[in-house]
Design a protein around this ligand. Sequence first.
Ligand code: FRU
Length: 540
Amino acid sequence: MKLYSSIRLFLYIVVVLQLFSLCQCTKTSSKATMPTSVIRTHPYNEHHRPQIHFSPIEKWMNDPNGMVYYDGEYHLFYQYYPEDVVWGPMHWGHAVSTNLVDWQHLPIALYPDTNGYIFSGSAVIDWGNTSGFGSKNAPAMVAIFTYHNPQGEKAQTDTFQTQGIAYSTDRGRTWIIYEENPVLPNTGLRDFRDPKVFWHSQTQRWVMILAAGDLVKLYNSPNLKEWNHLSDFGTSEGDHGGVWECPDLFQLPVEGTDETRWIMIVSIGDGAPNRGSGTQYFVGQFDGTTFVNDNDPDTSLWIDHGTDNYAGVTWSDIPTTDGRHIFIGWMSNWQYAQHVPTISWRSAMTLPRTLHLHNTDIGLRLTSQIVDEVKARYTSSTPIQRDITTTPTYLPTSKEPTHTYALHIEVPLRTQTSEELTCYLSLSNDQDERLTFSYHLSSDTFTLDRSQAGDANFSEEYRAMCVQTAPRLSTSDTLQLDVIVDVSSVEIFTDSGLTVMTAVFFPSAPLSIPSLWVEGSDVLKGVTSQYSTLRPMSVF
Ligand code: FRU
């Protein structure tokens, strides 16, 4: 058995080395190939490796990029540095999935070139062949991204970030860089990046939203090559604790009505509700030229109140018959991302989530829900109703240790008599490590505490960001929690996704013991819980 493992390890090292040399010699070509057999040998079972979340085979990953659906495949590109586990010259890594859960890794799609590193951006299908890169029968997939020129940055020019495009006519397998890049030069803005592009049918134009320091800029184009400035939004709107990055703009129906609103997503590099980087959103109107915020400019709205959901945007070209707005974010935080204790790779994406717009007592608010494709991986389980006391109640019916599981919990609040009540959910192991999530009735707030959830020595910033709080935004009599634990992350959706908290943690053994208890009252009556394990993803 030992010999077998050593041989496996040896073979793995050999193929990884081959993979490396392959990446090296194809660096300047946009047509790199990586034999998929190389990838299939990867065990994907290292300490802390997620089993239902997308993570790169190895090395550094940050933002999700260019998410686009085409011909039965969800494409996920991502900020990738193939030579180290820290940030470096950015490439676009690439993977595809037919179900948003199982992922096939593909060769790196875009390499740095003479215009610079390939920073974040988006991809669209040019159905009308406006660019002339494909044809109406075989439309091109076009990537729109930021070039970051390191020489220009060093020379302190304020023009080192420009926008470029590339296209593929073979389902994203090979890419051709447009020879007249950049398509949108920089007129003197230090931060000028992360274009998200969509087709605006009313004006029959492509619209680009781009982050530029403390605001976003909107442009339009007939053909993805020539861009006209339309308007700016944001200098005195929302939060400005850090530079604005990775915007998105899309229309959502208001659930249960005939109305729609435009949602603008903007990530900020610092100053999120629990410190560090986070993602805010605005609800408003967009007429093809200008975005108008429906809310008071000081209103702060957050996609996720946890520390680990950044730079997320939505998929392009989801068929109208499906109609979902599917969001995915980078499950880390710039405060400590480069120090987390994973050895061969760094970071994962959040689970894909659908976004919905609801009328609530406090106005129109986004909710996030795990996509059905992930829910299809839950084992079937029966809900159990019981009274919770001050002694922890273990939630699963059998004590099979697992690291990837989901919980659905419903707590009736109306019948509770004590205003001082706090309801605790802890995820623990037998090494005395635990992550605790609690709801405090008197302040109507949640607290997520990962300070005892394993290794926290790797970063002072991480330690400073262990205790995270969030408001409850629902007034419902029943508190609902949907929790997904996957080895080294937890995603908590309260009240059908009105307040979301996503956090990473690094335990020495799986936090496989979920339990509930109450403080400030002797009993919490009629709590329903449902526990399911998840069938892990396949990686090709
Ligand atoms: C966000 C970000 C983007 C930029 C990319 C570089 O995390 O800073 O603004 O394009 O990362 O990797």
